[in-house]
Design a protein around this ligand. Sequence first.
Ligand code: FES
Length: 129
Amino acid sequence: LLDVWRAAGHFSTSHWREVGRLADFPRDGTYPLPAERIAVVRKGGRLAAISLECTHLGCLVNTLETGFFCPCHGSEFGPLGEVYTGPAQRSLHWSALRLRRGRIWIRTGALTPEPHWLDLPLQSEEGRA
Ligand code: FES
């Protein structure tokens, strides 16, 4: 069983990718990064990374003030990816995110149904960005 577990890790397609400085996400809001197929969500001193891939058939969703909209078949999602109208049946997914020396990194290829909120440090880390 241990060999199977190690082999799965060896062939994993997930990896960490830098997406910008913390200073690029200065206040509460949703910051789409279409090239990365994610948006950084900043809310109340926390950050998370939500997938921009529609859970219906995988089209790239647009970011709106009220949430997200899929141009392919019209699914609408709330600001935290919850389904408002279909045909999508599942909420948008999330990526893990971390902060290193004032820079934001996301984990690609390992989406989960729940957000991975990262509590932001007070001023000092942001000042390095
Ligand atoms: Fe988004 Fe169909 S791919 S609604």
